[in-house]
Design a protein around this ligand. Structure first.
Ligand SMILES: [Zn+2]
Length: 469
């Protein structure tokens, strides 16, 4: 009987904590801060949310940016472990900031089955959060601060007020843990796939030695890695671990705070990184629970070294293999770049050819083999539409099958407006365009792929549209 009771306890307790990450993932929508839904939100959006925090949080102004914007410090809980999280040190890396707002909502909630977890966190941890360390960069959606200094290369010289704020808070808390929250390029890969999240326990010296501080951070990184496998298997890598003497993560590790770098990356067609935001929500709460319960201590440091490294190969958006144009067989890689408006609130994406030739060793989100197919340039549709909406009402799939990829509408087209993003994607113009009939690096041709006279696929603005019946 005693055996049975023990068995029951083990069976009952283990799965609950093991599945916290699954529960957080499954029930995320209840906590998502829906006022933020894309990457170009602004400091005032964050400040408005911080003003709504209930009295389980304390909020203070930690200081001001070069341009005088407040940089806030939010505190929660009263446990002995001092955990510091800071996001958006780079103004155009906003994914974790959104997740932090979701986490505040989760912390404010109750009677949802998570109360024991919150209580454990509150009693074991004091949480200190700096959401959006670089508000001036966020206003312009640029990496650097007002003076074009990369705050993450200012940990020693401390010429930026933003860097001084982070250093001061870290030192005054003597933080036990630090979470350094960034975004990496969408084209970062790991083992041939998107590095949707990368992690690192930064080195504190050139030798990349492992002391107690870094060893604990490595254990927690491995813990987080294991949790993420259920959602993005094989899409989590270790960020390059060269010691960067000027960076905050490396120095904060050196100053004795166990530091974990989280880099949010690309995922399928999730250009606004909302899926990765959700994973940040899951991984940060899971990590806090692990710190609170000390469960990370059971992880062997050597398991950290088994995590694959981010690869040097960039992940293209699209590769079309064996494209036969101008008497040459070439593989063609496509990528996209964003052009934002003057308020840095909206953008449009432009495709371009990023590589040509034998790309058999390259990797991409999406690929298509054009072997044996006839390739034609996309055509301009001869009839003018009055409005974008009229165009959307047309049978675009049928028109694409006839090789029409470019359309003229009479109403002025605002390229920054989301209204002009139509499905399937086609190119929209106000005047007769100079259609790109060239396959060169940097060009943005529309390509039509035919087999036995039938159009099988079209590439428009670097997007592949399959038209197989
Ligand atoms: Zn960054």
């Amino acid at each position: 009987m005693r055996f049975l009771i023990i068995l029951f306890i083990v069976a009952h307790i283990t799965p609950v904590s093991a599945q916290l990450h699954q529960q957080l993932y499954a029930r995320y929508d209840a906590y998502k801060e829906t006022s933020l839904s894309d990457r170009r939100f602004k400091p005032e959006d964050v400040q408005a949310l911080l003003r709504q925090l209930d009295n389980s949080f304390t909020k203070k102004e930690a200081g001001r940016s070069v341009e005088g914007r407040p940089i806030s410090l939010v505190t929660y809980g009263n446990g002995p472990e001092q955990v510091l999280l800071w996001s958006q040190m780079h103004g155009d890396e906003p994914t974790a900031t959104q997740a932090l707002m979701d986490i505040f909502r989760w912390l404010s909630s109750s009677n949802d089955g998570f109360d024991p977890i919150r209580e454990k966190i509150r009693k074991s941890i004091t949480l200190h959060v700096i959401p959006m360390l670089n508000p001036d960069g966020a206003v312009r959606f640029t990496r650097r601060n007002h003076h074009d200094i990369d705050i993450n290369r200012d940990a020693l010289r401390l010429q930026t007020p933003e860097g001084r704020i982070l250093k001061h808070i870290r030192d005054s808390l003597k933080a036990d843990w630090g979470f350094n929250l960034h975004d990496q390029q969408r084209n970062t890969s790991v083992a041939g796939k998107a590095a949707s999240v990368s992690l690192l326990a930064p080195a504190f010296n050139e030798n990349r030695d492992v002391n107690k501080t870094r060893g604990d951070a490595m254990k927690l990184v491995r813990y987080i890695y294991d949790q993420l496998q259920s959602f993005i298997p094989d899409q989590v890598g270790i960020y390059p671990d060269d010691f960067e003497p000027r960076a905050f993560g490396d120095n904060i590790q050196k100053w004795g705070t166990r530091t974990v770098l989280v880099e949010s990356g690309g995922f399928q067609q999730d250009f606004e990184r909302q899926e990765i935001r959700k994973l940040n929500f899951v991984l940060i709460i899971s990590a806090l629970e692990s710190i609170a319960s000390s469960s990370y201590k059971k992880v062997a440091v050597k398991k950290y070294n088994e995590i694959p490294n981010n690869a040097a190969r960039r992940l293209h958006e699209l590769i079309v293999l064996n494209v036969n144009v101008e008497g040459l067989i070439r593989d063609v890689a496509f990528d996209r770049r964003e052009t934002q408006n003057t308020t840095a609130r909206h953008y449009y994406a432009t495709g371009y050819v990023s590589d040509l030739g034998d790309l058999s060793t390259s990797v991409a989100y999406n690929s298509f083999d054009a072997s044996g197919m006839v390739v034609e340039w996309g055509k301009l549709y001869p009839t003018v539409f009055d409005t974008v909406n009229d165009l959307q009402q047309a049978d675009l799939a049928a028109l694409l099958k006839l090789g029409f990829t470019d359309f003229i509408v009479r109403e002025p087209v605002d390229k920054f407006s989301t209204v002009t993003v139509i499905s399937p994607p086609v190119n929209i113009h106000n005047i007769v365009p100079a259609v790109s009939e060239t396959l060169r690096l940097g060009s943005n041709p529309s390509l039509v792929f035919k087999k036995n006279e039938a159009v099988k696929a079209v590439v428009v603005n670097s997007q592949l549209i399959r038209l197989d019946d």
